[in-house]
Design a protein around this ligand. Structure first.
Ligand code: FES
Length: 343
């Protein structure tokens, strides 16, 4: 449905309760119902909720900081609408219990419960949301600290430093209308599928791509030898190989060995499954205490992409200084950068 009909608002995810709808007034997973069982039943999707309910819940999620990446939230909005209907939003425990099956990787749930309570209160009060969120908008307020007046919010001057700004695109994310990368389509787009190492520690002896290259829809197969120049990536140390080469040893099961590019995701994945890899499987290093012993085998051993000892000997230093002066300096820099950007 997502890929062939372009209905991207349906988020897949087996345990995230993303496909929630209201059936005869009760929230239920649409993916567990067969179409023939649904004849004669009243089904409401997120799009079918009253517009005022949708907007009030979305605004409450943005106000309370209850939406981050937004992946899980559309299903929770449907759940929230049912809780509002049932008049249960003044009971935090009942909301928490109702959210039992929803997995959110970002928010920590507290703010989601805040948002559902706020939406419930607003909808029973004619749809008016409070001006302030339930939690302190300034970090440190709850510890008795106050904002430096220099950075206070001033009308027509934008937000002050330390003040939370409304999440950009938060309303669309809450209602499942903001596309994720996997939702984006351009004409003629190709699809990739990665081949990952099957073993955390194994020497790669050969990668057989012949059968995969002849598979339907395959345009190209990449391995380490197709990467010109620097093959490493990483934030602090570029020790993650884009591809592990034949002759090298893997450091984890997430190491990439090959990538198939094809006309559809299905063809790419099908071909990736046809790539055969010969390994010399080695014992993985899973005990940090044993890894610290002298003479222990190295995770990044001599035949890995970027050899390194198990203990990275680069001390991290930090110091304390004039925080206020530093913040003032940063504020000045930020403004000047913005002027350059607009000029
Ligand atoms: S999973 Fe990202 S907001 Fe819930």
């Amino acid at each position: 449905v997502r890929h062939h009909l372009g209905e991207e608002r349906l988020r897949s995810g087996r345990r995230l309760w993303l496909l929630l709808v209201v059936i005869d007034g009760r929230p239920a997973l649409s993916c567990l119902r067969k179409p023939e069982q649904m004849a004669g039943h009243d089904i409401t999707t997120l799009e079918g909720l009253p517009e005022q309910t949708r907007q009030t819940i979305a605004q409450a999620f943005v106000l309370e900081g209850g939406v981050q990446c937004g992946f899980c939230i559309p299903g929770i909005v449907v759940r929230a609408s049912a809780l509002i209907q049932q008049g249960k939003t003044n009971d935090r425990d009942a909301i928490a219990k109702a959210l039992d099956g929803h997995i959110c990787r970002c928010t920590g749930y507290g703010r989601i419960i805040d948002a559902i309570q706020t939406a419930g209160e607003a909808l029973t009060n004619g749809g008016t949301l409070p001006a302030e969120p339930r939690r302190h908008s300034f970090f440190g307020e709850e510890f008795g600290l106050s904002r430096n007046p220099v950075f206070e919010f001033a009308p027509n001057k934008g937000h002050g430093i330390g003040e939370s700004h409304a999440r950009v695109g938060g309303l669309e994310q809450t209602l499942g209308e903001k596309p994720f990368v996997d939702d984006m389509r351009v004409p003629g787009m190709l699809h990739g599928a990665m081949v990952l190492s099957e073993h955390p520690r194994a020497k790669v002896l050969a990668i057989h791509t012949g059968a995969a290259a002849a598979s339907q829809g395959v345009v190209r197969i990449f391995t380490a030898r197709d990467v010109p120049g620097e093959r490493g990536a990483g934030l602090a140390v570029a020790d993650l190989p884009l591809f592990v080469a034949v002759g090298e040893t893997t450091c984890c099961v997430g190491d990439f060995l090959a990538m198939v590019v094809a006309d559809t995701q299905f063809h790419a994945r099908q071909a990736a499954a046809n790539i055969k890899v010969d390994y010399e499987v080695l014992e993985p290093i899973t005990d940090p205490f044993k890894a610290l012993e002298s003479g222990a085998p190295q995770v990044h051993s001599a035949d890995t992409f970027r050899p390194a000892p198990n203990v990275i000997d680069s001390p991290t230093k930090f110091g304390r200084g004039d925080v206020r002066g530093g913040v003032c300096h940063r504020a000045t820099r930020h403004r000047s950068d913005l002027r350059h950007a607009s000029g």
